[in-house]
Write a protein that binds this ligand. Structure first.
Ligand SMILES: [Mg+2]
Length: 259
């Protein structure tokens, strides 16, 4: 029996923990802001190259920033880029083109070309491994050494998740993951059910820790025993009303092995 403790007080016995990645384990905000800027710049270049009016470039840039959740002081932790999949972000960009009087086929093609151009540039650059958020490595080590089963549930690709875990020497600690390429992807509660099944655990004996309200609603709907919101990963703290417990610092959590 292993109890999870919050500031030293037991909050529940667990056998598994499901972690979100971006904004929960991974300090993703600086990288995501750079990604948003690269995608927006690429979109505007393609817009102009297609002979469309340059006069609308300033409002186009502003609307794309809003669509991705880029704010003056950082990234909206509940915005499209922070929470949703690449596919959903591409659809958001295409929708902004439609608002600028573009047909859907042309808008979708331009968004696809824009994303692909940025992807190609990223594959040619040295791979970026986002830093771990402070204190997460220590908790993962504690959980792993006491035999708690760990998994990542993320809207990143399988390759992106593996690269992150490998980059931090965490592959051995995590039994498995659930990526955007799995079906159904999160935030479908069935994603949690199937991931718990892969871990051979009942959701009731698992904690899910995430920084997005959609993660926590999914966890609650799938019967996860401990639904924990993490708010320490962003400049603007996420609003997480579905959390049974909120933590702002990984060092607030620890474990106690029962006797
Ligand atoms: Mg997240």
């Amino acid at each position: 029996m292993v109890d999870l403790l919050f500031k030293g007080d037991p909050i529940g016995a667990i056998e598994g923990v499901l972690f979100d990645k971006d904004g929960t384990l991974s300090h993703s905000e600086p990288h995501l802001l750079n990604l948003a800027e690269a995608r927006i710049n690429s979109a505007i270049e393609l817009w102009v190259a297609g002979g469309r009016p340059e006069s609308v470039c300033p409002p186009l840039r502003e609307n794309l920033k809003r669509a991705f959740g880029v704010m003056p002081n950082g990234l909206d932790p509940a915005g499209t880029l922070a929470v949703a999949s690449r596919h959903d972000n591409l659809t958001s960009m295409a929708t902004v083109f439609c608002l600028m009087e573009c047909s859907w086929p042309a808008a979708h093609q331009m968004a696809t070309d824009s994303f692909n151009r940025v992807d190609r540039a990223l594959t040619q650059a040295p791979a970026i491994i986002n830093p771990l958020l402070p204190g997460s490595a220590s908790l993962i080590q504690q959980l792993f050494t006491t035999g708690i089963k760990l998994a990542v549930i993320s809207n990143d690709t399988e390759q992106g998740i593996q690269r992150f875990l490998e980059g931090h020497g965490l592959c051995q600690s995590f039994q498995t993951c659930w990526s955007a390429e799995h079906f159904p992807a999160k935030p479908n509660p069935e994603a949690v059910a199937q991931l718990c099944n892969k871990l051979d655990l009942d959701p009731k004996v698992c904690a899910l820790i995430g920084d997005a309200e959609t993660d926590l609603q999914m966890a609650a709907a799938s019967g996860i025993g401990l639904v924990i919101g993490y708010t320490g990963g962003w400049t603007s703290k996420p609003h997480l009303p579905s959390a049974a417990l909120l933590i702002d610092d990984w060092n607030e959590l620890s474990i106690q092995v029962g006797t």
